[in-house]
Design a protein around this ligand. Structure first.
Ligand SMILES: Nc1nc2c(c(=O)[nH]1)N[C@H]1C(S)=C(S)[C@@H](COP(=O)(O)OP(=O)(O)OC[C@H]3O[C@@H](n4cnc5c(=O)[nH]c(N)nc54)[C@H](O)[C@@H]3O)O[C@H]1N2
Ligand SMILES: Nc1nc2c(c(=O)[nH]1)N[C@H]1C(S)=C(S)[C@@H](COP(=O)(O)OP(=O)(O)OC[C@H]3O[C@@H](n4cnc5c(=O)[nH]c(N)nc54)[C@H](O)[C@@H]3O)O[C@H]1N2
Ligand code: SF4
Ligand SMILES: [Mo]
Length: 747
């Protein structure tokens, strides 16, 4: 196959064979952005003489991470140029009674694919209603593709059922920020404010492994005299730079923060003027924290009273300060409340809306921010408008040229889409930009749902674990191929140029959605041609909404280094620092919400005496579909390794070379072990980047937060057993060294 590299800032080049770059003119290489985390570091792709024929260099021009990339960034093109890329549509015909994954794929033409899929969708909708077809989107896609997926579902399918993987990611933080501030932008301040902060609290966020190029901001703050506190059940790479680490049992953030608030209120350390002028709800906090004295919080959590007092006093008295949270405390059935309590802390101390201050729920995916603003969420229309709000429906329907009444109502959250499949209401699903069989909780049940679908269409670069159950697998585009805009961790919207054409017969995601819409009879609503035209419509749809992009143009984005939303007019500079004068509620005030800490869905019991918590390692990304195909990353982390405390290891008689078997109420899985003092004695940590028998999501709990519908990925009760290792090569090396690399996993 021979693909063509388009003009990019007047440079030309080509991509040949398995994606090897033949030549690019110009010394600076082709500009793109890493496809992985929310930092969205800019990078240049250069041609080299040596294998693999290209090299990545960090960009010197993007202010977010100038001159820096992490290990994933340097290797990010590898999966895009990987021979596993599917390059033509494939289909499973006549599946009959055979298990679907046993039916071989057959190659098909695009015309056949579109015709056949459209026909089956129309038949299912005629028989079972419009809501029988669902869409499952993703947060790594461009704003344009996210926007198109929402519009496609509401206009071309006329279905209420769309949601996306960001539900598993930002939904608790979003609900909390909307409640407290009246808007939801991950960080309320640009990253550049971190260096001005004198006290930084990092809760449930492992920045060193998950947003590595943010670390220099924290180190610079430290150099300027900032105190850094980390709150996590584990000592992490991030907590290594902390002055104080709070090793908290999973699930206890609200209790702990109530302890801090109790000290701040009882010692009158809070910012009385800020609280009086800029917030409402102070009394609810006073009431909620009354009984959470440091003595009591210490008795509950095991954290020393003096540590609680020191952090409370330090943060409250510091002239500036920042609180950041991430999935550690958000991915819980009390995740909204935990986040609200950390927001209470920032608000009570008046540390929002001025230099060196802010609250941030650190977004995760490449477009974790934009992905949730343009209509992929079950209850939202573009611009963060609510689909049940008549005025929002009227505005968006006008932009789309449809009747407001034709727009469906709100649907259900990502995991609940699978409930609807099992209940029989959803018969067909289109998945674009996610691998939910690996990333959903209680994944055995998700597999059951996927098997039940009459039609599963997966649009991806690879045959993922989810695609093993698909009827159609359509080759979509990688980050190197799709031009568009994304919105990074700061709320900075930027433009990512196109570097090359999709390989073989693969198509741009945008073109696949628009063509399918056409075959479903809605072509006139999807006649764009270029991503810029999609963006121009997105701007109009978002105008006047909370996430207002209307003043942002492709032209401005080429000239400026990104623009922070809200940006309501072309003359507007954008909004790096939010809430300087007012919050987004009608009265301009923030809401303080006193929290009465709730319990997780599962706690330790005789039968399940430990807590399983899950998360990430630095060398893999999410379901691993991309990074497990990158040798340089897989060699660092070939299999998931469970972290356990020495007391647990001793209790089960763990010996070097042994594995452990974890059993939850939903399933069992075996992992190699790393014994470490770094983890809380009650807990076991396992990363989730693998599928099949190594997938920790076979065990995780599908309990959902009542409002955000976030699953409790971070806590479930497990039993831990020793599985004797036949491999004794490290006999005598001590349990601490056992299976560190995970290389001896037998599964
Ligand atoms: N290398 C890498 N980087 C990534 C990703 C990736 O997959 N790999 N994914 C990206 C995405 S989409 C996201 S959302 C972000 C996620 O970024 P993070 O949220 O930082 O990552 P996690 O490892 O899921 O969880 C963070 C920490 O929460 C801790 N934790 C567990 N339970 C609790 C608790 O009850 N309270 C507290 N305070 N902490 C707890 C865990 O021990 C863990 O160290 O990372 C992004 N960056
Ligand atoms: N146990 C546990 N589970 C978790 C979490 C946890 O902490 N613990 N974290 C949750 C979080 S925060 C998240 S964000 C989810 C993410 O979970 P997933 O959505 O499953 O993660 P990805 O691996 O990013 O899946 C993206 C898929 O889309 C494909 N893809 C990537 N880019 C493109 C593109 O531009 N076009 C097309 N067509 N395809 C593309 C990739 O090949 C991949 O198959 O996982 C959640 N699951
Ligand atoms: S920090 Fe994030 S965006 Fe930057 S190179 Fe690493 S994974 Fe990519
Ligand atoms: Mo995420």
């Amino acid at each position: 196959m021979r693909a063509h590299v388009p003009d990019q800032h007047s440079r030309r080049g080509s991509v040949v064979g398995m994606g090897l770059i033949e030549h690019f003119d110009g010394e600076t290489g082709l500009e793109t952005h890493c496809c992985f985390c929310s930092m969205q570091c800019r990078m240049e792709l250069h041609v080299t003489e040596e294998q693999p024929g290209w090299a990545v260099k960090p960009s010197q021009t993007f202010p977010v991470a100038t001159g820096r990339l992490c290990q994933k960034g340097f290797h990010s093109p590898r999966h895009a140029f990987h021979p596993d890329r599917i390059t033509t549509p494939v289909v499973r015909l006549g599946t009959g009674a055979a298990p679907i994954e046993s039916v071989p794929w057959q190659p098909a033409g695009w015309n056949e694919a579109f015709e056949s899929i459209a026909k089956q969708i129309q038949e299912l909708q005629a028989q079972y209603g419009r809501d029988s077809v669902a869409v499952y989107g993703g947060g790594s896609l461009t704003n344009e593709v996210c926007y198109l997926l929402g519009k496609f579902t509401r206009v071309a399918l006329g279905s209420r059922y769309i949601d996306y993987n960001g539900r598993y990611c930002m939904s608790s933080a979003a609900a909390a920020q909307n409640r407290a501030f009246g808007a939801d932008r991950g960080l309320t301040m640009p990253l550049s404010e971190i260096v001005n902060a004198k006290y930084i609290i990092l809760a449930g966020t492992n920045i060193a492994e998950c947003q590595p190029t943010m670390m220099p901001y924290l180190l610079a703050a430290k150099k300027n005299g900032a105190v850094i506190v980390t709150i996590d059940p584990r000592q992490t790479m991030t907590s290594k730079i902390a002055d104080i680490h709070v090793k908290l049992q999973p699930g206890f953030d609200s209790v702990f923060v109530n302890g801090l608030l109790n000290v701040i209120i009882s010692e009158s350390l809070y910012d009385q003027r800020f609280v009086a002028e800029r917030t409402v709800g102070f009394d609810s906090v006073v009431e909620a924290v009354r009984d959470f004295t440091p003595e009591r919080v210490s008795a509950i959590t095991g954290i020393y009273e003096e540590k609680i007092r020191a952090i409370a006093r330090g943060f409250a008295r510091a002239e500036s300060g920042i609180v950041m949270t991430a999935r550690g405390l958000e991915q819980q059935i009390n995740g909204v409340e935990h986040t609200l309590n950390y927001i209470n802390l920032a608000l009570l101390c008046g540390k929002i809306g001025r230099p060196g201050c802010g609250f941030g729920a650190v977004t995760g995916q490449a477009n974790g921010q934009g992905g949730r603003e343009h209509g992929q969420k079950a209850d939202q229309l573009p611009g963060y408008r609510l689909i049940e709000d008549p005025e929002a429906r009227r505005h968006v329907a006008e932009v789309w040229g449809v009747e407001p009444d034709s727009l469906p109502g709100k649907g259900v959250s990502a995991y609940e889409l699978f409930d609807k499949v099992l209940e029989g209401e959803i018969k067909a699903m289109i998945v674009l930009g996610s691998n939910p069989l690996v990333s959903s909780p209680n994944s055995g049940r998700v597999e059951e749902a996927l098997r039940k679908l009459d039609l599963l269409v997966v649009i991806d670069m690879f045959e993922t674990e989810t695609a093993r159950f698909a009827h159609w697998l359509l080759p979509g585009s990688s980050f190197l191929e799709a031009e568009g805009t994304l919105t990074n961790v700061e709320g900075r919207v930027f433009h990512r140029p196109k570097v090359c054409e999709p390989p073989g017969n693969a198509k741009l995601d945008m073109d696949i959605i628009c063509e399918l819409a056409k075959r479903l009879g809605s072509g006139k609503y999807f006649a764009y041609g270029t991503p810029e035209r999609v963006f121009d419509e997105l701007r109009r749809a978002s105008a006047g909404g909370k996430a207002d992009y209307s003043g942002i143009t492709y032209e401005r984005l080429q000239e400026e280094q990104g623009i922070f939303w809200p940006c309501p007019s072309e003359g507007h500079p954008g909004t790096p620092l939010m809430y300087a004068e007012r919050f987004e509620h009608a009265d301009g005030k923030a809401r303080l919400v006193g929290i009465n800490p709730g319990k997780p869905a599962e706690t330790m019991s005789r039968e399940y005496p430990y807590l399983l918590t899950t998360g990430r390692v630095g060398s893999h990304y999410l379901s691993g579909a991309q990074t497990r195909r990158t040798e340089a990353l897989t060699s660092k982390s070939p299999v998931p390794v469970a972290e356990v405390h020495p007391t647990l290891a001793a209790r089960i008689g763990l010996r070097p070379g042994d594995n452990i078997k974890l059993t939850s109420r939903r399933g069992t899985a075996v992992f190699p072990v790393r014994v470490t003092e770094d983890i809380h004695p009650t807990s076991v940590f396992v990363p989730f980047h693998w599928g099949g028998e190594r997938s920790v999501n076979r065990l995780t709990s599908d309990a959902l937060h009542p409002v955000s519908r976030m699953p409790e990925f971070k806590i479930c009760a497990v039993r831990v057993e020793r599985i004797e290792g036949r491999d004794r090569e490290h006999e005598g090396a001590g349990a601490g060294a056992a299976s560190e690399s995970g290389g001896r996993a037998r599964k």
